[in-house]
Design a protein around this ligand. Structure first.
Ligand SMILES: Cc1ncc(COP(=O)(O)O)c(C=O)c1O
Length: 339
């Protein structure tokens, strides 16, 4: 079974020889020395940031958990659907979480969001931009207004940009002590298993988030691999571009083969969200044929009851999926329609 359910990169960016060399050179009998600071410098240089305002943890998952621990004690606001770990961590620490449901057409009602911020005065408003699982982008005017409102109520505005590198149009996002941005090396950098999540904000807020950091927060091997990759910016750009191309291919396959019969959302990520009865039928058929997309049988969110989300795969695998879709359309969809 080929997994296309976790929005990873299907490739590693480094050769086996390079990986072996990094492993050999990694002094893991000792605690890390300057490796963390090296990654701060390399990541900041690649992303045009101040290295002193960039911190790392074991995946952005850990940053989400840390936020729940240190950013106030009041309610947490998010969307429904959104990344499942917001709720998981809120529940771990007994924090109230309020989820704003999307409309039936998978858009969000931002006027309701503004009202909810005023009424609830959340300590944290966290959401993914672009949204996981929809892949859609929240508009810039909403981001600006919601961030300002969170400042007024004394809360934190946390943008989880796990798929930010797939967004083509660059938006100017608000800044300030109340604004935190999370990114990750798990997606477009192809390092999911090494668990490197990034947080950036102002010095004051980074100090607060880092106030519960562990000593040697990341393992030396992960740090060394990431530094090796980031220090080759041209090659890394090419790898990122490859992931973006795979995302385009994934979209073309579904649009060309079933865009006229299966509803799907315009995605700015490395995955594609499809929904409805036919989407479920196709999803199950794809599972029977050896690929495992994400379905949501356990999820309470009504928007996910009949949804299937597909992550990028290798080029030849995506073409294999195309053939499976064609077969489904010829054999199953056609006969269901006729019958
Ligand atoms: C929106 C969002 N945030 C965070 C994460 C977790 O990423 P990491 O691997 O950095 O913990 C994911 C992973 O799927 C995600 O989709």
């Amino acid at each position: 079974m080929i997994r296309i359910d976790k929005n990873e990169s299907p490739y590693r960016a480094l050769t086996e020889d390079e990986i072996a060399k990094i492993a050999i050179d990694t002094q893991f009998n000792q605690y890390a020395e300057n490796e963390y600071q090296d990654l701060q410098k390399s990541y900041a240089a690649f992303n045009n940031l101040d290295p002193e305002l960039v911190s790392f943890a074991n995946g952005s998952d850990e940053w989400i958990q840390k936020s729940v621990v240190v950013l106030g004690k009041g309610p947490i606001l998010t969307f429904d659907p959104d990344f499942v770990m917001y709720q998981v961590y809120a529940e771990q620490f007994g924090r109230e979480i309020v989820k704003l449901p999307s409309n039936e057409d998978h858009t969000f009602d931002y006027e309701k969001v503004y009202k909810k911020i005023e009424e609830l005065k959340p300590s944290i408003f966290i959401f993914s931009q672009p949204n996981n699982p929809y892949g859609t982008l929240h508009p810039a005017d909403f981001i600006e207004k919601a961030a300002e409102m969170m400042k007024e109520v004394g809360g934190y505005f946390v943008l989880d940009e796990a798929y930010g590198e797939f967004v083509e149009e660059t938006a100017q996002y608000p800044t300030g002590d109340h604004v935190i941005r999370f990114r990750t090396l798990s997606k477009v950098y192809g390092l999911a298993g090494l668990r490197i999540g990034v947080a950036t904000s102002t010095r004051k807020t980074m100090e607060l988030l880092d106030s519960i950091a562990h000593p040697y927060p990341l393992n030396t091997f992960s740090l060394n691999v990431a530094v090796h990759l980031l220090n080759q910016p041209e090659r890394l750009e090419e790898f990122i571009e490859l992931n973006r191309e795979l995302s385009k291919q994934l979209h073309s396959v579904f649009k060309e083969e079933v865009g006229d019969i299966i509803p799907m959302l315009e995605s700015h990520t490395n995955f594609l969200f499809t929904y409805g009865d036919d989407a479920m039928d196709l999803g199950n058929y794809i599972v029977e044929n050896g690929f495992l997309p994400r379905m949501y049988p356990e999820d309470e969110s009504p928007a996910l009851k009949k949804a299937v989300r597909y992550s990028i795969a290798k080029e030849n695998q995506l073409e294999e999926i195309r053939k499976i879709i064609q077969k489904w359309r010829d054999e199953k969809w056609q006969s269901r329609k006729n019958g």
